[in-house]
Every structure is written in C-alpha cells, then in structure tokens.
Design a protein around this ligand. Structure first.
Ligand code: COA
Length: 220
C-alpha cells in the first residue's frame, strides 16, 4: 500500500492590488501559459485571442484594481508558488456561455476554473492545498456550493497544457463529489459546504438528480 504525502503547508491569500507583483512574478513572461493571464474563462474567444499576452495582462490588472478578487495565491514563505482562479459562476462569461459546462441546476455556485503551480513545486500536492484554501475563502465569502471542472486523464498523466482545470483525484481529496460527466474528458464536481460539518459527499445534499448521461463530444 502506498501512503500519500501530506499536502504542503501553503499560505493562501486573495489576489488584491497589493499582491499584483506576486501574481506577475508567478505567471512570468508567458502569463502562465500562452499569454493567458487567467482570462480564458472570462472573455469571448475572439477577444481572448486579440489581446493574448500584454492585453490579457492589462485586463486582469484592471479587474484586480477594480476591487474584484479573481483568485487565490498560494505562498511558500514569501514565495508565490501557486494560483487558483475562483469566483461566483456568473463572473466567468465564457463558462456561462459554455454548452458543455452549462449549469447543472439553479443552485448559486462558485467556480474554480484554473490552477497553476510553479514548475519546480509541482508534484508536492500544492494544487491540493490551494484547492483547500480556495474552498475556505469561497465559504468565507458566502459560497455554499463550489464547483470544479477537472479533466479526466485517459492514459497516464495529463500534459501541463491540459491540466489547468485540475484532475478529479485532486478535488476528491478535498471533498468534492462527482456530479456530472458532460463529455468524455470533463467532469463537473461539487463541494457542498455544511455548517460545522465535513462536506457532504452525497448527490442528494448537492441538490442533484441522478447523473447526467455522458455525451461523447469533445469541446470546452
Ligand atoms: C495541474 C497542476 C496544477 C497540478 O499541480 P500539483 O501541485 O503538481 O498537483 P498535486 O501535487 O496537488 O496533485 C494532486 C493530485 O493530482 C494528480 N495530478 C497532478 N497533476 C496531474 C497531471 N498532470 N495528470 C494527472 N494527474 C495529475 C496527482 O497525481 C495527485 O493525485 P494523487 O494524490 O491521487 O496521487 C500543475 O501541474 C500545473 O500547474 N500545471 C500547469 C497548468 C497551467 O498551465 N495552468 C495555467 C493555464 S493558463
């Protein structure tokens, strides 16, 4: 039997204007990946492509300066080593327009749409610790249901480019339960917060009917 290592101790902090430079440091020259700057789920595709790189960085800065918290930074001491994008579902325009990831029901939910861990720190359960810290933050902000949309690895490990929404096991460890498989590679998982109790692991508590059928279509 293999024993899982304990998640690293991570200091999780909301991204506010004072932490902008930490975000820039973590995201580096490529804005995490391909000039994204974590704007993929916020913009229309054409807009995203038009402003990929510096434009997306400016758009994210504007968002942060407006007082909106677009996600959580994870620190190892003073070093920013991880990022998790979270917010009310309706703050992600592209998610609201997604046919595959359409809302399961009327329950107001918060969404986790992106994870990024600095390369030297991957494989240390930083993402898991970040997801925990992010759930805690969302609950403090009043969220009672938090959703994640991980990618199911088919064979072996996912390449970095496909792993930005996390993998199912990562969220299972935190207490999320699978609620739907809207495509062969995509899951919808929920964490249901309950006062003074561990998260509920039942679909009923998540306010859900039996699982939706898997559609064999691949798209975001
Ligand atoms: C995906 C990512 C966030 C995972 O971070 P991490 O800290 O290495 O993950 P963890 O160590 O917490 O792993 C938690 C679980 O997920 C699994 N996992 C992590 N990465 C995986 C991958 N690429 N494929 C399959 N499983 C993976 C781990 O094996 C572990 O499962 P286990 O505990 O059951 O063994 C990280 O690899 C990453 O940042 N990738 C790049 C994503 C990116 O480019 N984001 C920006 C897009 S703009």
């Amino acid at each position: 039997m293999t024993t899982r290592s304990r998640p690293v101790t991570l200091d999780c902090r909301p991204l506010t204007p004072e932490r902008w430079q930490d975000f820039v440091k973590l995201f580096g020259k490529r804005g995490a990946y391909g000039g994204c700057w974590c704007m993929w789920w916020r913009l229309k595709r054409a807009e995203f492509e038009r402003q990929q790189g510096a434009g997306n960085r400016r758009a994210m800065k504007k968002l942060v300066d407006s007082g909106q918290v677009p996600g959580i930074l994870g620190y190892d001491g003073d070093e920013p080593i991880g990022w998790c994008s979270v917010g009310p579902r309706e703050s992600y325009g592209a998610l609201m327009r997604s046919r595959v990831l359409k809302a399961l029901d009327e329950t107001p939910a918060w969404s986790i749409v992106c994870l990024f861990v600095a390369r030297p720190h991957r494989g240390r359960r930083v993402a898991e610790a970040l997801a925990r810290g992010t759930v805690e933050y969302a609950m403090q902000q009043g969220a009672s249901v938090i959703e994640a949309y991980p990618t199911r690895p088919r064979k072996g490990r996912l390449p970095p480019v496909s792993s930005f929404m996390g993998v199912p096991t990562l969220f299972e460890h935190v207490g999320f339960i699978e609620c739907a498989r809207p495509s062969a590679s995509r899951l919808i998982m929920r964490y249901v917060a309950r006062a003074n109790r561990a998260p509920s692991r039942s679909r009923k508590a998540a306010g859900l009917q039996p699982k939706r059928n898997v559609r064999r279509k691949r798209s975001q």
